[in-house]
Design a protein around this ligand. Structure first.
Ligand SMILES: [Zn+2]
Length: 140
């Protein structure tokens, strides 16, 4: 059996477009950007940035890749649900609550942020399902 160490860009893009379609965030603005992370939802602009940096990703990185994409999709779904400008306000409100010490024991504007916690949970909860689906489709 051939073990694929790297995932082609075509297969990577197919996984991304399947996920965007499934979670119905196809209408969210998408920008290809050279950056370290696989994906990042820009709350200030309502844009889902996808990395062009990893032209090919290693199979060993697939778990993190899926968690990251699904995490960012959760933000994109919220932006779609509320409208990105409203979501930006909601996101900033929570940031301010943390900064001003309104949440007991929570001080990190990222890791303690309720929308970040929600998005990370969503990624962790759903990546295995997609891992199995994409594996079956021979995408990695
Ligand atoms: Zn996030």
């Amino acid at each position: 059996m051939l073990i694929k160490e790297f995932i082609s860009e075509t297969n990577k893009n197919q996984m991304i477009s399947t996920l965007l379609k499934h979670y119905k965030v196809g209408s969210v603005k998408i920008k290809q950007k050279s950056m370290k992370d696989h994906a990042h939802f820009d709350v200030d602009r309502g844009t889902l940035n996808l990395s062009t940096k990893y032209k090919v990703i290693k199979s060993s990185q697939i778990k993190q890749f899926l968690i990251t994409i699904i995490h960012e999709i959760d933000h994109a779904m919220d932006a779609k649900k509320y409208g990105w400008q409203k979501f930006k306000d909601m996101y900033e409100y929570e940031q301010n609550m943390i900064t001003q010490g309104h949440y007991k024991g929570k001080s990190d504007v990222y890791w303690d942020h309720p929308y970040e916690i929600k998005a990370e949970k969503f990624g962790q909860k759903n990546y295995q399902k997609w891992y199995k689906i994409f594996k079956k489709q021979d995408l990695f």
